[in-house]
Structures are given as structure tokens and as C-alpha cells.
Design a protein around this ligand. Structure first.
Ligand SMILES: CC(C)=CCC/C(C)=C/CC/C(C)=C/CC/C(C)=C/[C@@H]1[C@@H](COP(=O)(O)OP(=O)(O)O)[C@]1(C)CC/C=C(\C)CC/C=C(\C)CCC=C(C)C
Length: 441
């Protein structure tokens, strides 16, 4: 039996809480002690992009139809164009279309979940890799999870509150995933970002592989190693998130929505794919597993598009434009216009179109939230409604996302939580007997 044990000596491991939050990722020393937990303070996802074009928006929401129909090319949906192209990765490798790549990642995760569903027949907590059961000390693991919860509470308060409704196993697992995502994001967006090289990201990926092999490097990794031994989480979305960070190192422009979509999948759609195996699907749900994962993917994309639209000015000041260049051109806008940061009628028209696209993704996600397990719906509704309101705030700022930061104030947040709670009470329509049979197979 393989066990989850820390690769670092235990004395080092205990230091890993703070002193070495990003341990092992620095290109120079192999550990980056200065990062520490403090490195997270003030961290934000500056990266993002926009997408869409007047009347020719390309919402990937229609991807679900494509995926459900086995990946056949869908060109139009209600007058909306869906682009598909093969393009070149920042690092030069040619690869399949964005849709195809994401489709494969979703399909792989869905297959793992369905296999485990049939093995466990609906049990909410599945020991998917019993060979990796962590026997290192339970006390250490408990500490590791507690620390993950603290990080989550500090950097994502509202979301942390939502996780408190989940079963203890689920909340711990979501915290562990949150912390890994946050640390990954910190590599390119944190105070040490200027020192991060592709080699450092390769090492972070090696470390990820070790986590999935049951050989975590530090305590926070140990929590994730434990989580992936218990829930049917595929490694691919994690690898893809690291790929998104690689993109951020070398790419500051996105030619079209295909490229932007791929970026959004990498840095945020992946979070949806990582989270649903933990959150679970309501046993009463009639929806296919695939459609629920498509909804999760859509929510990640919607959140990231929103993040991008909120941060246009801030990103531009860092030399980054996460907006489809072809769509900007269609509105008569150039990089110089973005850098100048003037709200013009052209800009307003462009922004309206981008916001419309983001809302299409939110709408697709909404259809899937009710299919989640009972205790997981509230945090997801909260995240969805709160993020959606950022788009309203951009509108309320008359599309000035160059000098004003759109945000949801404390009172709006308070008002949103009970609304989210109310929505979370809505269960999926009862499953037909035939569907129940399929789910329990
Ligand atoms: C309930 C819930 C929201 C669970 C997700 C928990 C989780 C593991 C979050 C990790 C988030 C994270 C740190 C990602 C790293 C990359 C990144 C920073 C992405 C951006 C997030 C916001 O970042 P930030 O905190 O910097 O934002 P602010 O600047 O402070 O506003 C992103 C925009 C992406 C976030 C993406 C999600 C939360 C995905 C949500 C999808 C699901 C939880 C699936 C729901 C399921 C269905 C069926 C709809």
C-alpha cells in the first residue's frame, strides 16, 4: 500500500505553513521562502480577458450542445457564431482547437466521476485511490486542512462562509483545492512573479504529479494529496491551470475569442472541473453528468470574463490586454485606445457586447447549479450572483473600467446571500425511474 508522506523532512514540513508557502517553485533556489503566506496578501487575479463582437458573439456556452452531440462542429446557434480554430500555443506547440482540448478535459473528468459513481452507487464520499490512503499522521492532515481553511477564510471570505454548509469532508477538500489554485496563481501574480520562469512552473507541475502519486512536498500539498485520494478528481484540470500560468508568462495579447476562451478555461474553467467531483451531483438530478460539468466550466469562464472586464485598466497598466484583438478592431478600437483609457461611444458599444457574452456563460451555469448536491448549491449560487453583479457595476460605472474598479459593496453582499440561499433550496426536478437506474449503475 502506497502512503501519502511528506517528501520534505517533517521538521521542514512544519515550517511549510508560512515560511515556504510556495516552496520548491523558485527558479533560483528551489524554495521560495520569501513568498510565505504573506505573499498572498493583496493578491488578485490581474489576468483576464474579454470576448465577443457585435452581433457575432461567440459564446462557448453552445459548446455543451457540441459536446453532448459528441463534438460535432456547431457553427451557429441562434445567430451566434462559434469559432473553432487550431492555433499555436505560446510555447510553440501546435495543438487542436480550443474547444476540442477543453472537450477532452471535460470528458476525461466526467468519465472518472461516472466510473466512481457506478462503483460506489451514490455514496457521497468515495475513496477513489485507496492505495494512496494517507497514513502519515491524521493529526498532521487535520492541521493541514485547518490551515487551508484559514487561508481560504482570509482570501475568499464569502466563499469560505458558503463552504461551512458543506459536509466536513467536502469543505476540507474544497479548501485544499482552493489553496493549491491560489498558490498556483500566486506564482505569476504574486510579489515574486517577476522571478518566476517556465522552469519554475515545470517544477510546480512535477510537484503536482507527486501530489497525485501520494508524495506531497509540504503540508498544504498533503491536504490536496489526501483530497485526491478520496474524491474522483482528475489531474488534467490542475495541469491545465499551470498551462494557463505559462500562457501568462509569455502572452499579453489574444488574437480572437478562441485564444481568450482557452486562457479562461485554463485559469478558471478548470476550477469548475476540480470542484464538482467534491461538491457532488444531487442523486435526484435528471441532468447528465456531462451537462453539469459543462455548467461548471461555463461558470469558471463567466467568472474569468467578468474578472477581465472589471480589470481592463489595471491589466493595461501592466501591459496586458485580455480582449480579443479582432473584436476590438471590429469596433474600431486599437491597443492605443485601451492604453489611453478613454471611455468613448465605441468603447461602450464594445463593452456592452462583451458583457452580453459573459452573461450567456452565467446563464448556462445557472441551469446546472440546481443539479448540484444540496449542501453545495448555496456557495455556488453565492459565487455566481456576486460575480454577476460585478458586470452590473461595470455598467453602473458607465463602462469606465479604466479608472474605476467595479465592485459589490458589503450591503449588496449581505442582500445576496439570502437570495442565493433561497435559490439553493430549489431542488432539481425529480428523476425518472429510468434515469435513477442509469445513475445507480
Ligand atoms: C463554491 C466555489 C466558488 C468553489 C470554487 C473554489 C475554488 C477551488 C476556488 C479557486 C479560485 C482560485 C484561487 C483560482 C486561481 C485562478 C484565479 C485567481 C481565478 C479567478 C478567480 C477569482 O480570483 P480572485 O480571488 O483573484 O478574484 P478577485 O480579484 O478577488 O475578485 C477566478 C475569476 C476564477 C474563479 C472560478 C471559479 C470560482 C469557478 C466556479 C465554478 C464552480 C465552483 C463550479 C460550480 C458548478 C456548477 C455546476 C455551476
Amino acid at each position: 500500500m502506497q502512503t501519502v508522506g511528506l517528501r520534505a523532512a517533517s521538521s521542514t514540513a512544519s515550517l511549510c505553513w508560512g515560511e515556504s508557502f510556495l516552496a520548491g517553485t523558485s527558479s533560483s533556489s528551489g524554495t521560495d521562502g520569501s513568498s510565505a503566506l504573506l505573499a498572498l496578501r493583496g493578491a488578485r487575479r490581474g489576468a483576464s480577458t474579454v470576448a465577443t463582437s457585435a452581433g457575432a458573439v461567440a459564446p462557448r456556452a453552445v459548446l455543451s450542445q457540441r459536446q453532448e452531440s459528441g463534438g460535432a462542429a456547431v457553427r451557429d446557434k441562434g445567430g451566434v457564431r462559434v469559432q473553432s480554430s487550431t492555433f499555436t500555443e505560446p510555447l510553440g506547440r501546435n495543438f487542436m482547437s480550443a474547444e476540442q482540448r477543453v472537450y477532452e478535459a471535460v470528458a476525461k473528468q466526467v468519465a472518472i466521476v461516472e466510473r466512481e459513481q457506478s462503483r460506489s452507487r451514490g455514496s457521497s464520499l468515495i475513496d477513489v485511490r485507496p492505495d494512496l490512503t494517507p497514513v502519515s499522521t491524521q493529526e498532521m492532515l487535520d492541521d493541514a486542512y485547518t490551515r487551508c481553511g484559514e487561508v481560504c477564510a482570509e482570501y475568499a471570505k464569502t466563499f469560505y462562509l458558503g463552504t461551512k454548509l458543506m459536509t466536513p469532508e467536502r469543505q476540507r477538500a474544497i479548501w485544499a483545492i482552493y489553496v493549491w489554485c491560489r498558490r498556483t496563481d500566486e506564482l505569476v501574480d504574486g510579489p515574486n512573479a517577476s522571478r518566476i520562469t517556465p522552469t519554475a512552473l515545470d517544477r510546480w507541475e512535477d510537484r503536482l504529479e507527486d501530489i497525485f502519486r501520494g508524495q506531497p512536498y509540504d503540508m498544504l500539498d498533503a491536504a490536496l494529496a489526501d483530497t485526491v485520494s478520496k474524491f474522483p478528481v482528475d489531474i488534467q484540470p490542475f495541469r491545465d491551470m499551470i498551462d494557463g500560468m505559462r500562457m501568462d508568462l509569455v502572452k499579453s495579447r489574444y488574437a480572437n475569442f478562441d485564444e481568450l476562451y482557452m486562457y479562461c478555461y485554463n485559469v478558471a474553467g478548470t476550477v469548475g472541473l476540480m470542484s464538482v467531483p467534491i461538491m457532488g451531483i444531487d442523486p435526484e438530478s435528471k441532468a447528465t453528468t456531462q451537462s453539469v460539468y459543462n455548467g461548471a466550466l461555463a461558470l469558471g469562464i463567466a467568472n474569468q470574463l467578468t474578472n477581465i472586464l472589471r480589470d481592463v485598466g489595471e491589466d493595461a497598466r501592466r501591459g496586458r490586454i485580455y480582449l480579443p484583438q479582432d473584436e476590438l478592431a471590429r469596433f474600431g478600437l486599437t491597443d492605443e485606445d485601451i492604453m489611453a483609457g478613454k471611455v468613448t461611444d465605441k468603447w461602450r458599444a464594445f463593452m456592452k457586447d462583451q458583457i452580453k457574452r459573459a452573461r450567456v456563460f452565467f446563464a448556462e451555469a445557472e441551469n446546472s447549479v440546481r443539479e448540484l448536491d444540496n449542501d453545495s448549491r448555496w456557495p455556488v449560487w453565492s459565487a455566481l450572483l456576486l460575480y454577476q453583479q460585478i458586470l452590473d457595476a461595470v455598467e453602473a460605472n458607465d463602462y469606465d473600467n479604466f479608472t474605476k474598479r467595479a465592485y459589490v459593496n458589503k450591503w449588496q453582499k449581505f442582500a445576496t446571500l439570502p437570495i442565493a440561499y433561497g435559490r439553493a433550496l430549489v431542488k432539481p426536478p425529480a428523476a425518472s425511474p429510468a434515469k435513477n437506474l442509469v445513475r445507480s449503475l
